[in-house]
Design a protein around this ligand. Structure first.
Ligand code: BT5
Length: 277
């Protein structure tokens, strides 16, 4: 696969004709050999895509991209570990901006917290981030931190309605994007668009020593989040629920709900929008 634009944006592009899960393959690769920050493993034929909480991500061959990126930011203190929680939100923001650019004006695109990219309320991309402990020693000293985060994004490109696994899903072509006819050009356009924005925000975030506030990441995530202002149901780990209005995203990346004058920060969970707009 000839991907000239994308190749320029990463020190290591690993394209696969087919893969089980790109996240899993990248995790296994970095645990076996040292890999630089911003290594990318991608395919248009992912056969065992993973979703969150053991769910599955399903795509027909050549109709979607599965993209996993290894990030290994420098951590100066234990406290920096908690800031890694911003990386999945950064991935969702980067993909949302890519989708906006590909669709052009007039589409309601944004992120449902924490990182589902929606177009007119329908899911076009899901993000799964996984923390990877890396071997110390030579690997850590060559490439910086001893912890890596793999950000996996699945983006639907050209599925027809029948090819999508659920009614709440959409693809770029269904939403009206005109993509290049050639598969190589199509994949390179979408992959490079995403890598460009991911690298822009990652650079800003690491330049600001992982401060989401100083880098402007928090504000950009807020501006791009379609959950804010909505009544929602949060399904929390352990299957408890919280109803409330989503009011903001705090400095730790948590979604803040308000119910009866009480605020509830939500760090992890599934959000259901109770009103569709
Ligand atoms: C996600 O999980 O949305 C994360 C999906 C991450 C996929 C990427 S692809 C590259 C990398 N490698 C991997 O193995 N995974 C990552 P979650 O929020 O749990 O949503 C999963 C749910 O989305 C499923 O239960 C379906 O309802 C729905 N779904 C499955 N396939 C979909 C698709 N192609 N488009 C839209 N929705 C889909």
């Amino acid at each position: 696969m000839h991907l000239p634009r994308s190749s320029k944006l990463t020190p290591n592009l690993q394209w696969r004709e087919a893969a089980g899960s790109t996240n899993l393959e990248l995790i296994q690769l970095v645990q076996a050999e040292p890999l630089p920050d911003f290594t990318v493993l991608a395919t248009a034929n992912q056969q065992a895509g993973r979703g969150r909480s053991g769910r599955v991500w399903e795509t027909a061959p050549n109709t979607a991209l599965a993209i996993s990126v290894l990030l290994r930011p420098r951590l100066d203190s234990q406290e920096d570990m908690s800031k890694l929680g911003w990386l999945p939100l950064l991935g969702g923001l980067a993909m949302s901006q890519t989708v906006q650019e590909l669709l052009g004006e007039g589409h309601e695109t944004g992120v449902k917290w924490p990182n589902d990219v929606l177009v007119a309320g329908q899911k076009i991309c899901g993000v799964l981030s996984e923390l990877v402990p890396l071997n110390g020693g030579g690997d850590a000293s060559r490439f910086g931190s001893s912890v890596g985060v793999v950000i996996g994004a699945g983006i639907n490109l050209s599925q027809t309605r029948e090819q999508l696994p659920v009614e709440t899903a959409t693809s770029l072509t269904l939403a009206g994007a005109e993509l290049p006819f050639s598969l190589e050009e199509r994949f390179d356009l979408v992959l490079s668009g995403y890598l460009e924005r991911l690298s822009y925000w990652y650079q800003r975030f690491t330049d600001a020593r992982l401060s989401a506030v100083v880098s402007g990441l928090r504000q950009a995530v807020i501006d791009n989040c379609v959950t804010l202002g909505q009544p929602v149901r949060a399904i929390l780990p352990g299957d408890t629920e919280q109803l409330g209005k989503a009011v903001t995203i705090d400095d730790s990346g948590r979604l803040v709900l308000e119910a009866d004058g009480v605020v509830w920060p939500v760090a992890a969970g599934d959000i259901v929008h109770l009103r569709h707009n």
